[in-house]
Design a protein around this ligand. Structure first.
Ligand code: GDP
Ligand code: MG
Length: 393
């Protein structure tokens, strides 16, 4: 008998300087799912740690009802564990019933200030190691800072990227710990604009264009630095994916920094976080697979269990006729994909087909397939709505 529930885990890492909006982001990601009016027919979002969940929801209520923002935390690194729990298990036929999301909130100060003690230094390295299990990293560009440096954004951007890079390099020996390069390391680095509500006239292309114009070299250097850490550095996207994020619409007054109103119903990009965490690594793995020879251990570290996930997305196993298999080359990307036919099929899915699978899965109460295809539709919509630029490489 299959064990219930079966769990699949995804990690995301959010990097941002102090004040760039990380705590508000995670509060605004979680908060609305706890409101009485929240309706989702496929899954529930649950905080695995009740105290943590209550604190996040309280942060959200403060914004929603009292125009107050969460207290600033310095130096603290937190990992939030969420479970996306499907509303049904389709009679045990699903390969998993819970998608767990570990959200690593990593304080920017760690990159600009030295640890105060050896113990703190060790703790940083430990925390960073756990972060490395993430497939996806969000690198936050603080919208407020961009506003403050209007016209000379390059000054802010240069310091942002340089501090981060130097912080990484400072930890390098400890992180590599004698290894030459790491197999497991975030390979998708999404550059995200936080507080996007401050730029109502911008779409994600305007943001990307500004970064390219003002900070192309800095992004390049970040990529080169990350390349030094990872095995098979060709399988890496740094500065190819971009996103807009706004946790709420903040109404500011001329009198001071405190907001006079916070409209938590106006959020941007937050609904893309789960789809990004759950599916982007799978999509990227398919892209890389088709283009280059990647060692199997590298592929497996990215979107672990990809074939199972692909099957779940398609709503069933995919079989390839033996006669067809016999004709394929024995080595190279094609051969590798042939052993994972569901993955190959997902790569060729057209939008219309995804919609069809989604509709059928909803009808059949196949919650997992319905959720995953919904994530795919949401990702595509994010691109169409110009909230998200997805690397085409
Ligand atoms: N306009 C706007 N301001 C935000 C947003 N998110 C956060 N802020 C502001 O930025 C401040 C710092 O956010 P916080 O999440 O505490 O930053 P952290 O240090 O990265 O955790 C908040 O107190 C808000 O005033 C947003 O989406 N839009
Ligand atoms: Mg914080």
């Amino acid at each position: 008998m299959a064990k219930y529930p079966r769990v699949r885990e995804q990690h995301i890492a959010v990097f941002g300087e102090s004040g760039s909006g990380k705590t508000v982001l995670v509060s605004s990601f979680f908060g609305p799912t706890q409101e009485g009016s929240y309706a989702n027919d496929l899954w529930d979002l649950i905080a695995d740690d009740t105290g943590q969940g209550n604190r996040l929801y309280r942060n959200f209520l403060g914004m929603r009802d009292h125009a107050t923002t969460p207290p600033t935390t310095h130096f603290a690194s937190t990992t939030y564990y969420f479970s996306v729990k499907l509303k049904g298990n389709n009679n045990g036929k699903q390969p998993f019933d819970v998608l767990r999301l570990a959200w690593h909130d990593y304080p920017g100060e760690w990159f600009t200030e030295s640890p105060s003690s050896e113990e703190e230094g060790n703790r940083r390295v430990d925390t960073f190691r756990s972060l490395l299990r993430s497939d996806v990293a969000f690198f936050l560009v603080d919208g407020q800072k961009l506003k403050d440096y209007e016209g000379e954004e390059e000054r802010y951007l240069k310091s942002l990227f340089t501090n981060f890079r130097q912080g990484l390099l400072r930890l390098k020996d400890d992180l590599l710990d004698g290894e030459d390069r790491l197999v497991e390391f975030p390979r998708i680095w999404i550059i995200a604009l936080s507080k996007a509500d401050l730029f109502p006239e911008w779409d994600v292309h305007a943001f990307r264009d500004l970064l390219t114009w003002k900070a192309a070299d800095d992004i390049d250097r970040l990529r080169k630095t990350v390349e030094e850490f990872v095995e098979t550095p060709q399988a890496l996207s740094v500065g190819e994916d971009f996103m807009l994020l706004s946790s709420a619409k903040f109404e500011l007054s001329k009198a001071g920094p405190a907001p006079v109103g916070i409209d938590v119903t106006q959020r941007v990009g937050l609904d893309l976080i789960l789809p990004v965490a759950a599916l982007l690594p799978l999509e990227r793995r398919i892209q890389w697979h088709a283009q280059m020879e990647i060692p199997r251990k590298v592929l497996d570290s990215l979107a672990d269990g990809a074939e199972t996930l692909a099957e779940a997305l398609l709503g069933g196993k995919v079989t390839v006729p033996a006669a067809f298999l016999a004709k394929l080359p024995k080595a190279g990307p094609l051969a590798a994909l042939a052993t994972m036919p569901a993955l190959a099929k997902v790569a060729k899915l057209a939008g219309g087909q995804v919609k069809e699978i989604n509709a059928k899965a909803r009808e059949d109460h196949d919650y997992l397939t319905a959720m995953l295809t919904q994530f795919k539709l949401d990702l595509d919509a994010g691109v169409t709505d110009k909230l998200f630029i997805r690397s085409l490489k």
